[in-house]
Design a protein around this ligand. Sequence first.
Ligand code: RIB
Length: 330
Amino acid sequence: MKKLKLEDVAALAGVSKTTVSRVINRRGSLSQKTIDKVEAAMAQLNYHPNVIAQQLHTQRTNLIGILVPSVANPFFGELTMYLEDALFQRGYKVLISDALNQTAKEERYLSQLMGHQVDGLIIATHNNKLEEYQHANLPIVAIDRFLRADIPVVASDNYAGAKLATEALIQRGCQHIIHTYTTNPSNWHDNQREKAFQAVMADHHLPAITYTTAFDCPPAERTARFERLFDEHPAVDGIFASNDLDAARLLSLARARGYRVPADLQIIGYDGAQATQELVPELATIIQPIEQMATYAVKLLADRMAGKFTPTSTVLPVNLKTGQTLKTLP
Ligand code: RIB
């Protein structure tokens, strides 16, 4: 059987070999009509580009590594989905690694990704700093995490989000408010939520009570910690949880203990991933712009790979979603 070549596709599509190559690599500006013509010709001929030959020729793999703590967390699952899609639109393939609080796993993945000669990395893990990032000399973009002064960070406005959440509880009459959050030594951005909570509570001369858990705290231990919260503070009338999974857990524990939500206790979460909004539609939360964070991170990475200037820090706005776990304002 005759081996198919780039020129066969070009001849059938009625374009040049360069155009076929640009469509395959999604390089340069291409009209949708040209893309469709070339892809139809490739499909008709059952032509599959030789990836290895392309890589040798271009010295690029078109592979991007994404490191997240865990795709099982709805925030990171949704973030990964949007990152993958935005990269796909630009013609990249992705390698995804889960490295939930396992520095050794992150280190191993990082070295494997470098070994696969990825063209760039998007890092959203929460582990302690790895020395490797200090020496990595490929384009990197971080999400919610500071890695190195010249590595751009994309985050949402954690301080403003936590301020909105705390003020929403105070405006609705809460006096005994507790903030639950995950300790995060490597995540300056997330830690802004706790700072904002303290500041707003101080402004209103209210005690700022916090309950912390480790980011990788096992579910049973997390539940036990929250049970203790209710044992130690039976008069709690407001909870600001730093993520929606904790907010949902606290909501069901509170209901099981007989609290009427929102009459006795008001709860607000954080993140606003689509899955949690569908599963717990009554939950008030702070919505992070997950899609924009992902598409902007991909744009920054593409700019970095093209040697363009990129800002070192980008903070995107958040929104308050009121729900039945908050009282209605008069
Ligand atoms: O639920 C996961 C949390 O960790 C999110 O709030 C996100 O901002 C990340 O830091």
